[in-house]
Design a protein around this ligand. Structure first.
Ligand SMILES: Cc1cc2nc3c(=O)[nH]c(=O)nc-3n(C[C@H](O)[C@H](O)[C@H](O)COP(=O)(O)OP(=O)(O)OC[C@H]3O[C@@H](n4cnc5c(N)ncnc54)[C@H](O)[C@@H]3O)c2cc1C
Length: 396
């Protein structure tokens, strides 16, 4: 592994971001006795914008990470089927068992899931710095040697390591800092014209069947509804930024005027009331990002590639990319060989999935196309199963 040129770096690996990618990577490395630190901007548990649908293949990762029992007993909902609804009310169902030999999916708040993973990492002696944001990087030649952190209370800290992992999600904080230092400013114009905004809250009084996750398509976006803990349901939707501006960024207005154009959503959400404030985030782009922005910096999870939320598999990709990076680190010594191995495996595992999603994305934001696709797929199981599995890991 590349040695940083500051004497006695404190950690072998510094991971930034304690979402599913960063924390699961920290757990896997700690299980192999690596000295790891995990740096997170927030204090957990915290609410997080997400559909909170944990696809069935994630359960295998929970087992590996030593959190299986506690995730299943955390009060979430087991999801046997995802039902996609066109605006007209036409429905097509995808059983969870198509993905993982009969296992149901799980719907659990990110507050619970991420907190339980972080507690597991702490129990394995991962050093965790919460409420600490990375604000800068120091280089020696083209190797990163230290991170500068700013704590919420105003304190500053420097963390040194041999290898750094950007697990900051779509924000790609480290990748962007490197690009800025190298003056590689991304083409913002093309990104901004594609912008979407995600909204999410927990609702009471939804008219939803137990054990089903429902996805609604409407003009300019789509949303997902499923029960989580305490009889509440999570409702999360993604919509074009231009439309959001027309409704003054008001989630309730968007629901009344757009989401309710979907007949099924108008039924299930008619009496629903939010029990928390709405969260909102901007989504600038989908697909692959820069996995290897600097010699000893690699990206996992959304920081490496962002898959469309309608697949309900972003967290799965976070767990899988962390797994393949952990394996590459365990097998190799130098940062260069780790990066080579990781990039090859990343492309092999995710290339096809990301490509299929780029084709389906057009339908996801055009209700007419979504309606045609849902009608076509409702004819028989085979095409539906084929398409659903094309958004998932290749069979071994
Ligand atoms: C609208 C929407 C709905 C979705 N629904 C689903 C779904 O139902 N199912 C599913 O599987 N996936 C879903 N996803 C995708 C899923 O949320 C992501 O794929 C997943 O969270 C990626 O995990 P991650 O660990 O890479 O990043 P994140 O979960 O985003 O974690 C990144 C962490 O980094 C921290 N961080 C950021 N900047 C800094 C900094 N400077 N310093 C320190 N820490 C920092 C953040 O606080 C955060 O905790 C959805 C996404 C969107 C946008």
């Amino acid at each position: 592994m590349v040695k940083s040129q500051i004497p006695n770096p404190k950690f072998r690996i510094a991971i930034i971001g304690a979402g599913p990618a960063g924390t699961s990577l920290a757990i896997r490395l700690a299980q192999e006795n690596y000295k790891v630190c995990l740096i997170e901007r927030e204090r957990f548990p915290r609410q997080k914008l997400c559909g909170e649908f944990i696809s069935p293949e994630c359960l295998r990762h929970f087992r590996d990470l030593g959190v299986f029992e506690e995730m299943l007993t955390a009060g979430g909902e087991r999801i046997a089927e995802t039902a996609f609804y066109a605006a007209s009310g036409k429905r097509v169902g995808v059983p969870s068992k198509w993905f993982n030999d009969g296992d149901a999916a799980l719907s659990l708040s990110r507050a619970e899931m991420d907190f339980r993973l972080l507690e597991r990492a702490k129990s394995l002696d991962v050093e965790v710095f919460e409420e600490s944001s990375v604000i800068n990087l120091s280089f020696v030649k083209d190797v990163i040697c230290a991170l500068k952190l700013r704590a919420k209370d105003g304190g500053a800290k420097e963390v040194c390591a041999d290898l750094f992992v950007d697990a900051t999600g779509r924000a790609r904080v480290l990748g962007k800092l490197v690009e800025k230092q190298k003056s590689q400013i991304p083409n913002l114009k093309s990104q901004i014209s594609n912008r979407f905004v995600g909204f999410k809250t927990h609702l009471e009084n939804v008219g939803l069947e137990r054990g089903v996750c429902e996805i609604y398509f409407f003009r300019g976006g789509y949303g997902g509804l499923s029960y989580v803990e305490d009889g509440l349901a999570n409702f999360c939707f993604l919509v074009r930024a231009g439309i959001v501006r027309q409704f003054n960024s008001d989630a309730e207005q968007i629901i009344e005027n757009l989401v309710f154009q979907n007949k099924r959503a108008a039924e299930t959400l008619a009496r629903a009331r939010p029990v928390r404030d709405w969260l909102a985030v901007s989504v600038d782009s989908f697909g692959e990002k820069n996995l290897h922005a600097a010699k000893n910096l690699l990206a996992v999870g959304d920081a490496g590639a962002f898959i469309d939320p309608f697949t309900g598999s972003g967290m799965l990709m976070a767990f899988e990319s962390a797994e393949i990076l952990a394996a590459a680190i365990a097998e190799n010594y130098s940062a260069e060989t780790i990066a080579e191995k990781y990039k090859i495996e990343h492309a092999r595992r995710f290339g096809r999935r990301l490509f299929v999603c780029s084709l389906l994305r057009r339908a996801a934001f055009a209700p007419g196309l979504a309606g045609i696709l849902i009608s076509a797929l409702s004819v028989g199981n085979t095409p539906r199963k084929f398409l659903a599995r094309a958004t998932r890991p290749r069979e071994v």
